[in-house]
Design a protein around this ligand. Structure first.
Ligand SMILES: Nc1ncnc2c1ncn2[C@@H]1O[C@H](COP(=O)(O)OP(=O)(O)OP(=O)(O)O)[C@@H](O)[C@H]1O
Length: 367
C-alpha cells in the first residue's frame, strides 16, 4: 500500500489552448491520501469523482500536475505498473470460472504460489460469506453474489498500492448494502490497505470512511472526518450536501458579533471584523441548532410550513419572509401555519464569504 500525493493535479477532456476553468472536469488539486486510510470520494453526479479516481488508477492521464506513490512519480505509469486494484459499479468476473477461480485469478496472474493463493482465497471468501459457493460456477449466481466476487477480486491481493471502488454497491439489493458496507469497513481494518471509495450517497461515505473528500463542480471542496464535515463545513455546498436536512444557508449582513437577517439581529459566537469587501455573505447553521419556540419578543418570527417527523426527531420547515429554514421541533408544539419564534445557538452559526467558511475571532480574544 502507498501514500498518494496529488500535486497540482488537473484534468480536461477537451483539447485546445487557453481553456477556461469550466472546461476542466477536475480543477487543480494538491492533497495527500494517507497510507492505509479509508477514504470516500463523495459528490453529486458529474462533479468529477470518477475522473479523479481514474487519474489515481492510471486509466486517465492528467492534463496537468503529478501523482506520487510513496514519493515516486507514477503520472505516466499504467494501472498495472501502479499496482492498483479496482472494483467497478458492475460485476467484472469470468462466468466460465468457479467462484474460487475468480477470486484466485488476480493472484495467479501475478505468479503467487498455489499454497498462498489457497490461503488468501479462503480468507477473503470467509470475510465475504462466499465459502459455500467457492466450487460453484459464477454464471449461476445472483447479481449480488457476482458483485461480492468482484469485491473479493479487488481485495484478494495484499501487495497493492491501493484499492479503488467506484460506486461498488449500485447493483446490490438495499438490505444487503448495509451489510456489505459494514463488511468493507471491517475488511479495511483487517487488511490495513489504502481504500478510496467513490459514492454520491452520504450514508455510504460516512459509514465507510475515516476521511470523506467532498467534490463539487470539479473541485475538492473539503476533506475531513465525518464529524468535521458536520460541525464545520468549509463550503456551503458541504453544508447542504451532508446532513439530513442539510444546513440552513441564508444571506445576511454580518458586522462584528452580529448577523442581520431580514432586519432581525442574531448574535454570533465569534466576531467577524474583516470580511472581504464585495463578497456574498451568508450565515450557515444546521437545523439541529435552530430551535422552534413559542413566539416571544427578541425571537425571529417564522411561519411553520411543514413538519417532517424522522422518528426520534422532528424538523419544522419554516418561512421568514422569503427565507426558508429547517429547525428542530420540540415535542408537542405547533401546527403547520402557526407563528413561532426561532432560537439560534450562537456558537453553531458559521459565516461564509462567497460560499467559503470564514474563521471568526473567538469572543474572549475580542476586547
Ligand atoms: N470520457 C469523457 N469525455 C468527455 N467528458 C467526460 C468524460 N468523462 C467524464 N466527462 C465529463 O467530466 C465531468 C465529470 O465527470 P465524472 O464522470 O468524473 O463525474 P462523477 O462525479 O464521477 O459523476 P457520475 O457519478 O455521474 O459518474 C462531467 O461533466 C462529464 O460529462
Amino acid at each position: 500500500m502507498a501514500r498518494i500525493d496529488l500535486v497540482d493535479l488537473a484534468h480536461t477532456y477537451l483539447v485546445g489552448p487557453d481553456l477556461p476553468p469550466e472546461a476542466y472536469a477536475l480543477k487543480p488539486v494538491s492533497m495527500t491520501w494517507r497510507q492505509g486510510g479509508a477514504y470516500a470520494l463523495l459528490g453529486p453526479s458529474g462533479c468529477g469523482k470518477t475522473t479523479l479516481l481514474n487519474l489515481i488508477s492510471g486509466i486517465v492521464t492528467p492534463s496537468h500536475g503529478k501523482i506520487l506513490f510513496d514519493g515516486t512519480d507514477v503520472t505516466q505509469l499504467s494501472t498495472r505498473e501502479r499496482n492498483i486494484a479496482q472494483v467497478f459499479q458492475f460485476p467484472v468476473i469470468y462466468d466460465t470460472m468457479t467462484v474460487g477461480q475468480n477470486l484466485a485469478f488476480p493472484l495467479k496472474n501475478r505468479g503467487v504460489a498455489k499454497a498462498d493463493i489457497d490461503k488468501r482465497v479462503a480468507e477473503i471468501a470467509e470475510l465475504l460469506d462466499l465459502t459455500p459457493h467457492l466450487r460453484r460456477k459464477a454464471t449461476r449466481l445472483t447479481a449480488d453474489a457476482k458483485q461480492k466476487i468482484s469485491l473479493g477480486r479487488g481485495l484478494v491481493r495484499s501487495d497493492v498500492s491501493a484499492i479503488l471502488f467506484d460506486e461498488p454497491l449500485t447493483v446490490i439489493d438495499p438490505h444487503l448494502k448495509w451489510e456489505l458496507r459494514s463488511k468493507l469497513k471491517a475488511l479495511h481494518r483487517a487488511l490495513d490497505l489504502t481504500m478510496i471509495y467513490v459514492t454520491h450517497d452520504q450514508t455510504e461515505a460516512l459509514t465507510f470512511a475515516d476521511t470523506v473528500v467532498v467534490m463539487h463542480d470539479g473541485r475538492v471542496v473539503q476533506s475531513g472526518t465525518p464529524e468535521e464535515l458536520f460541525e464545520k463545513p468549509a463550503h456551503t455546498f458541504v453544508g447542504y450536501f451532508i446532513g439530513s436536512p442539510g444546513m440552513n444557508v441564508v444571506p445576511a449582513q454580518v458586522r462584528g458579533r452580529e448577523a442581520n437577517v431580514g432586519g432581525h439581529v442574531i448574535p454570533l459566537g465569534r466576531a467577524y471584523d474583516h470580511l472581504p469587501a464585495g463578497a456574498k455573505i451568508e450565515i450557515g447553521v444546521r437545523p439541529e441548532f435552530v430551535h422552534v419556540a413559542p413566539l416571544a419578543p427578541g425571537l425571529l418570527a417564522a411561519t411553520i410550513e411543514r413538519i417532517d417527523d424522522l422518528g426520534r426527531v422532528r424538523f419544522a420547515r419554516v418561512r421568514v419572509g422569503d427565507v426558508k429554514f429547517a429547525a428542530r421541533m420540540p415535542p408537542g408544539l405547533s401546527e403547520p401555519g402557526s407563528q413561532v419564534g426561532l432560537v439560534f445557538e450562537p456558537a453553531r452559526i458559521l459565516v461564509y464569504a462567497d460560499s467559503r467558511l470564514v474563521e471568526g475571532q473567538a469572543l474572549e480574544k475580542v476586547a
